[in-house]
Design a protein around this ligand. Structure first.
Ligand code: GCU
Length: 621
């Protein structure tokens, strides 16, 4: 926690310096006191459902004043116009405004907002009865991109970043009975944002994940890490120690904490230090380790004072040994696909159990044991399901291609996003990789920035592997030497390339020799566009046959690369992208999916199934 605050303070300082008006304003995120780990396993009052909304076009003067600072006396006050006699407020009224479903992006709910990037205001009333000796947090699973929250007309907090959660202590602003909340969400893009101004996915705006009120005792567990002890080496014999920490918010030194794993007859207690952190180790006999074949999750009970929390946690060991990736000491090969957080069939941002079920049905159809959640942390439901179903996960923060790598304040922002990603999901056994970026330009600023970020991730979590997806060197030569200096900072290297689509012909892949360092590699992106139902010969671009041809030659090329330990074709399902505008072929979709956006199976699916089940493209060792 201390770390988070130290970094946050640093972050605000920098942003204050950079705060100025460009188009819609850029506002610094005020540091958040905490982020509740395991929030989806806590009793909570859901605020999901219909919320009123009002749209504000640039320059969004109800949100930003002339200087670009947040206004607290605009729509945030939720007043009502005196229709009959006037005077009016600034002429708005949430109570008679239309509603849309939260969680949910605005683009797929209101046709007039399909391509809208800007500010949308949300408001709802709710009943609440404060309980003595408790604190109540306002939890937002995610809101894209910047969001500001007011409770009963008072500013509560603000957040930057569209794919990670935030929690704001609402205790002092809540009152018995009727309360109201107003949230302004601004999806406007800015150069120094993460991601920056251009990216190949649809900029869905809004409150895209669950919203709730979480009440906890005044002293409560806000962060914990429970994992299989990660020693210098792994042997199944000594996989019998669970270690970690529990942080008790509001507690100083000497607070007793209990950790119990009833099913494994294991329990221990520990005592908090001056920062409220209690570290522990407990011997657990006969611990069944989590792996894709048997994704064993244990109920882990945590208790501190009157606060108790139970989480479902799997225990596994992941590490590298030369060019091998070892899961519980055994070399593994990763076969799966990339996926955006887009809901199959209905479209829009993934936010329901049904969406997740659909995604997993496609992953199962291709016999995947691994998924790369591109290019940002997905809904918590996805990683929980991966935990339950035994699917290994690559999780990434959206440092996609061109980011302002020379700017300290952008680095500080990246650190906050990294911490939010790790903090939310650090107890998910399924997640084996933290990725710090995708396809970034190989220059000194970038390498310095991402090397520091990779080390930050390693500092924050020594039990997982750090990776990143590289693009380049040019694949036009038949001998491809990967010498990107960023690899130094990575445990596992992701390699993106599009031989047969953006570069050359499918058959060119047959002549390629990859010269790679002795590290485990994942061919993290490769593929070709094909419109479902569009047929022709193996060289007729945009046809399913051509996509099959490209993937066939790709798998053959990958099979020859000894360091390759994983494959994730780009992409499991066609997805919306506002940069894909060839009529009748793309119509606003990136068509490199193995499935269409309606989950229709393209001809590549049987090829991938055959490869993953009978003729793997990658070997464990
Ligand atoms: C890139 C990028 C993806 C993108 C893909 C494509 O490699 O990482 O985000 O969608 O290529 O061009 O289809």
């Amino acid at each position: 926690m201390k770390d988070l605050t130290r970094r946050m303070t640093h972050f605000v300082l920098a942003m204050a310096f950079a705060g100025f008006t460009t188009g819609s304003a850029i506002v610094a995120q005020v540091p958040l006191r905490t982020l509740l780990v395991g929030v989806d396993h806590r009793k909570a009052v859901s605020l999901n459902g219909p919320w009123h909304y009002l749209v504000e076009q640039p320059p969004a003067r109800e949100l930003y004043d002339e200087k670009g600072n947040i206004r607290d006396n605009g729509y945030a006050l939720n007043t009502h116009p005196n229709i009959s006699s006037g005077p009016h407020n600034s002429e708005y009224d949430f109570s008679t405004a239309p509603t849309m479903k939260i969680p949910g992006d605005w683009n797929t709910q209101d046709p007039t907002l399909f391509r809208f990037e800007g500010v949308v205001w949300f408001q709802r009333d709710f009943e609440f009865q404060p309980a003595p000796a408790t604190r109540t947090f306002f939890h937002v699973g995610a809101a894209n991109y910047r969001s500001v929250v007011w409770l009963n007309g008072k500013r509560l907090c603000n957040h930057e970043g569209g794919f990670t959660p935030y929690d704001c202590d609402a205790t002092s602003l809540l009152k018995p009975g009727n309360n109201f909340v107003v949230i302004a969400v601004d999806s406007t893009r800015h150069q120094d944002d993460i991601p920056s101004v251009s990216y190949d996915w649809f900029n869905y705006g809004g409150i895209t994940r669950d919203v709730s009120l979480v009440t906890v005792p005044s002293e409560f567990i806000d962060d914990y890490d429970v994992h299989l002890k990660h020693g210098a080496s792994f042997s199944a014999g000594d996989a019998n120690t669970v270690s970690g920490y529990v942080h008790v918010e509001g507690a100083g030194e000497g607070r007793s904490v209990a950790v119990r794993i009833p099913e494994a007859n294991a329990s221990t207690t520990a005592v908090t230090d001056a920062t409220g952190k209690a570290t522990f180790e407990v011997k657990v006999n006969g611990l069944q380790l989590w792996n894709p074949g048997s994704p064993k999750l244990y109920k882990v009970e945590l208790q501190a004072g009157t606060d108790t929390l139970t989480d479902d946690i799997g225990f596994r060991d992941i590490r590298v040994d030369g060019t091998r990736i070892l899961l519980n000491g055994k070399a593994i090969a990763l076969q799966g696909a990339n996926m955006h957080a887009e809901a199959p069939v209905r479209g829009g941002r993934t936010s329901t159990d049904e969406d997740v079920k659909n995604v997993f049905s496609m992953l199962h159809q291709i016999h995947a044991n691994f998924v790369r959640l591109a290019h940002y942390p997905h809904d918590e439901r996805m990683v929980r399901q991966a935990d339950r179903e035994g699917l290994m996960v690559w999780s990434e923060i959206p440092l996609w291609q061109r980011i302002s790598f020379s700017k300290q304040e952008v680095y500080d922002k990246a650190v906050v996003m990294l911490h939010e990603m790790i903090r939310r999901d650090r107890n998910r056994a399924a997640i084996i990789f933290w990725s710090v970026s995708n396809e970034t330009p190989n220059n000194a600023d970038r390498t310095r920035f991402l090397t520091a970020l990779a080390n930050e991730a390693r500092h924050e979590d020594q039990t997982r592997l750090i990776t990143s997806a590289l693009i380049g060197p040019r694949v036009s030569e038949d001998r491809i030497v990967q010498d990107d200096p960023l690899m130094e900072a990575l445990d596992v290297v992701g390699q993106n390339q599009y031989i047969g689509w953006y570069e050359g012909t499918a058959e060119d892949a047959d002549r390629k020799t990859w010269v790679l360092p002795q590290k485990p590699f994942i061919m993290s992106e490769f593929g070709a566009e094909a419109k479902f139902g569009n047929h022709g010969g193996p060289h007729d671009r945009w046809t399913e046959e051509q996509q099959v041809n490209v993937l066939q030659h790709q798998f053959a090329m990958i099979r020859k690369i000894p360091q390759m330990r994983g494959v994730t074709p780009w992409v499991l399902m066609d997805f919306r992208s506002s940069t894909r505008n060839i009529p009748r072929l793309q119509d606003g979709y990136n068509r490199k999916g193995l499935f269409s956006e309606k989950m229709e199976k393209k001809m590549s699916v049987p090829l991938v199934v055959k490869t993953y089940t009978e003729d793997p493209a990658v070997k464990p060792e």
